[in-house]
Design a protein around this ligand. Structure first.
Ligand code: C5P
Ligand code: MG
Length: 180
């Protein structure tokens, strides 16, 4: 199956997933945030941005320090709420431009079904119906308004993610071909 990270690389982007960075921090021995992160994840809530933005910024800085050409990022799963957005603006003001937002739009029940399927092997503590319903609630309450805001700025590129893996891939490729 195609991965966002491979596709991103093909177009010169480094893929950074906010959720993956939080999960890595959660399991890092000695992390002072491990328990807090786990609680937010299980409850489908959004971790305070101070934590997430410092993980993101460090990953971006490390990537660019290793190779100064690598200054394009596909940031996955961020910003998820107003707090995320404010943290981004505060930290990245004058440092980073947002070219566009990829919006994988998908019916809630289809998402839940796919994550339950993934849950058979993912080991994720939030791939269960209870957490998934909380995540949908958070999405509708806190994330949708952020997408709407970027929509009003003309920055949203929407993909119908209820379609097949191949169809979604095709559509994302079209977007990257156009946006560069
Ligand atoms: O994007 P992903 O499905 O990996 O996110 C899983 C969980 O990680 C979210 O439900 C949320 O608890 C946490 N998260 C967060 N802030 C983000 C991205 C993810 O708190 N920006
Ligand atoms: Mg993710």
């Amino acid at each position: 199956m195609w991965k966002k990270s491979h596709l991103a690389e093909k177009y010169g982007y480094t893929h950074l997933s906010a959720g993956d960075l939080l999960r890595d921090e959660r399991k890092r021995p000695g992390s002072q945030y491990g328990e807090l992160i786990e609680n937010y994840i299980k409850e489908g809530e959004i971790v305070p941005v101070e934590i997430t933005i410092s993980l993101l910024k460090r990953a971006m800085d490390q990537t660019m320090a290793a190779n100064s050409q690598k200054n394009k990022f596909l940031i996955d799963g961020f910003p998820r709420n107003e707090d995320n957005l404010q943290g981004w603006n505060k930290t990245m003001d004058g440092k980073a431009d947002v070219s566009f937002v990829l919006f994988f739009d998908c019916d809630n029940e289809i998402c839940i079904g796919r994550c339950l399927e993934r849950g058979k092997s993912s080991g994720r503590s939030d791939d269960n119906r209870e957490s998934l319903e909380k995540r949908i609630h958070t999405y509708l309450q806190s994330t949708r308004p952020i997408i709407d805001l970027y929509e009003r700025m003309g920055k949203v590129r929407k993909v119908d993610a209820s379609k097949s893996v191949d169809e979604v891939f095709e559509k994302v490729v079209q977007i990257f071909d156009k946006e560069g």
